[in-house]
Every structure is written in C-alpha cells, then in structure tokens.
Design a protein around this ligand. Structure first.
Ligand code: NCD
Ligand code: ZN
Length: 343
C-alpha cells in the first residue's frame, strides 16, 4: 500500500497558544484537520464563554485565507466556575467542553482545581446540560512518583467522578498507562479517551537513555514499554472509545532546551504522518480512519466530515526547527525520517 485515503480527520486535543505562536502554528493543523478541540490553558486561562469567543476569533483570523478549519472551543474549569457559566456554554454553538486541570499538574495549570469534590455542583450542571468534561488525569501530590500520577488519579479521583456522574460525558485526555486504558474500556460508553502520537511512538527510555531529550518531555510523562503496548492495542482495536488527540503543544526551543524545560511536544506539523507511523508498525493502517476521523466526532455528537485527505508512502526528513519570528520551535522527531507524507 503506498497511498492512504481517509475521511478528513479532526484533532480532539490541541494547543495553539495565541499571538505570534498561534499565527505560526495554526496552518499546520488547518492543513490536515477539519476541526480541533482547542485547549484553554492560556495565560490568563480561557474560563468564560465571552473570552472563548474572542479567542476563537483570534484563531480564525490567524488561518490561511482559503482555510475552512473550525476551532472547537473549551473552557478552563477553576474553583470559581459557576453553574450559570455552564448554562451559557451549553447555549453557545461554539463551546464544546470544559477542561479540568488539577492545579499544578501541567503547563499553565496554576488556575486549575485544587479540590475536585468542591466542583461537584458544577459537574452536576454539566451532566444536566450534557456538555463533556475533559480531564488531565494526574494527581499533583509531590510525594507521588511522576510515573504513577495517572494511575493514582484513576484510582483516587476519576473513578469517583464517573461513579457520581454516570451520565456525564468524560474524555480522559492523553492516556499513558495500561491502568487508564483498562479503566476506560471497563466504563460505560460515556467515558472515552484521546491518545497522542508521542505516547504511541515512544516509551520513557526515549527521553532518558543515552542523553536527555527535552523535546520528548511532555505531561503525562512517557511511560514504560508495556504501557505503550497497551496504548497501541487500544488505538488500533477499533474500539470507538479511543480517538485521536495530538496534544500538540508548541513551546519555543529555548523554553524546552533549558535547565527547567517546559512540558509539551510539537506534533501538529505532521500529526497524521506520526500516527500513520505508529499504526503501520502494528500493521493496523486500516484502523486509522476510525480512530482519526469517526470516533471523536461521534462522541462529541458532531457530524462526521465528508471530504477526504491522502497520505503517500514517501520518506522525508523532518526539519530541525520551524521559525517563529526570531525564534524557533523544535518539532517532535526533528531531523529524523518519516515514511508517510500528507499530500
Ligand atoms: C501541555 C502544554 O504545553 O500546554 N503540555 C504537555 O506536556 N502536554 C499541557 C498539557 O496538555 O498537559
Ligand atoms: Zn494538552
């Protein structure tokens, strides 16, 4: 097989930032995807409908002129999110979910939630209006080993949320462990998950063995090989609970190659090529379309796309960097070869 044609996919977890970074990266996503769930972790966070609509306009203005890409906006849950804002979000055709960051879990999560039980009334309101909750599933306890933070979150918080709000649609974002995969599989069809290309392609050795590679540092952090195997199995299983969410998270090269480097991998430049790489290694290219183009839209209760896109088997070398004004962003797999090319 040297060509792969798919219904145009959507990215169900994306960071595009704002200002100059937004203007530099958005064309990459708009070229490959029809829609993307836009993460709200800006500084300050996008936490009310009014801000999200302004941010949406900024994204639309940054698109190439001919683009029909549609940003799907989300709101950042804080300790002060009101039930009234939940109602407003449900009334807006542009707001598609709320994002829960445990405070301190990741990039720009300081305004996140300290005590998840304290926002249960807001989750109840979300359940009533049927707007999805997207979760960064890691505990923030400094005493908890960073490689265990997702597993502990699943046991200590996620299972309670799911139990208390059986009709709330939940997306466990960027799964990284077998425990989380098993939890999602054993939950009702209200519970789904996104999987990133980096967690399908790499295990934790890739960050740490033979030198430290800051461009592979993201949160949740890459895990052991058996966890990666479990993610591969989930993504290629055809189970509609698992769908594409790149978590492409641009940071300037200098902010990553730093004594305290930022978390996040930039994958939007070749998102589908990276997923194709992972699916091909598993001989499962026939499962890519469901994962990339159908299951997310179904879960979000949005129409499936109808246009198609094509990938060609054609080796190419990923650039060392992309220019952002006077600075650069270093992409995932910089300087390495990819085997598929979006045409
Ligand atoms: C994301 C970012 O940079 O905004 N970073 C990351 O490592 N994934 C935040 C997130 O999704 O955790
Ligand atoms: Zn993210």
């Amino acid at each position: 097989m040297d060509k792969l044609t798919l219904i145009r996919p959507d990215d169900w977890h994306l960071h595009v930032r704002n200002g100059e970074i937004l203007r530099s990266v958005i064309a990459h996503t708009a070229k490959q995807f029809s829609r993307a769930i836009i993460m709200p972790n800006l500084k300050p966070p996008i936490s009310i409908v009014k801000q999200a609509l302004i941010y949406r306009q900024e994204i639309i203005q940054a698109l190439p002129v001919e683009s029909t890409f549609s940003p799907l906006m989300t709101l950042y849950l804080t300790g002060s999110t009101t039930k009234d804002e939940v109602k407003k979000s449900a009334e807006s055709e542009h707001i598609h979910a709320f994002k829960l960051y445990p405070a301190g879990a990741t990039t720009n999560s300081d305004s996140g939630v300290n005590n998840i039980k304290s926002i249960y009334p807001v989750l109840e309101a979300m359940e009533q209006v049927d707007i999805p909750l997207l979760i960064h599933g890691e505990v923030t306890d400094n005493n908890c080993d960073i490689f265990d933070r997702e597993k502990v979150f699943v046991e200590s918080s996620l299972s309670n949320i799911v139990k208390n709000f059986p009709n709330l649609r939940i997306v466990v974002e960027h799964l990284t462990t077998k425990e989380a995969v098993d939890f999602v599989i054993s939950s009702s069809n209200k519970v789904a998950a996104t999987i990133t290309p980096q967690h399908l392609l790499f295990n934790r050795n890739a960050i740490l063995a033979g030198g430290i590679r800051p461009h592979l540092y993201c949160l949740p952090i890459l895990k052991r090989e058996y966890h990666r195997q479990s993610l591969i199995k989930a993504a290629t299983s055809g189970n509609p609970k698992f769908f594409l969410g790149t978590d492409s998270a641009p940071h300037l090269t200098g902010a990553k190659e730093n004594s305290c480097g930022c978390a996040g991998c930039y994958s939007a430049y070749a998102a589908l090529e990276l997923y194709a790489e992972a699916f091909e290694q598993e001989n499962a290219l026939d499962k890519l379309e469901g994962f990339a183009s159908f299951f997310g839209a179904d879960f979000y209760q949005l129409p499936r796309n109808t246009q198609t896109i094509t990938l060609k088997k054609q080796p190419w070398t990923v650039p060392d960097s992309y220019q952002i004004g006077n600075e650069t962003i270093t992409p995932l797999k910089a300087g390495e070869d990819l085997h598929w090319k979006f045409i």
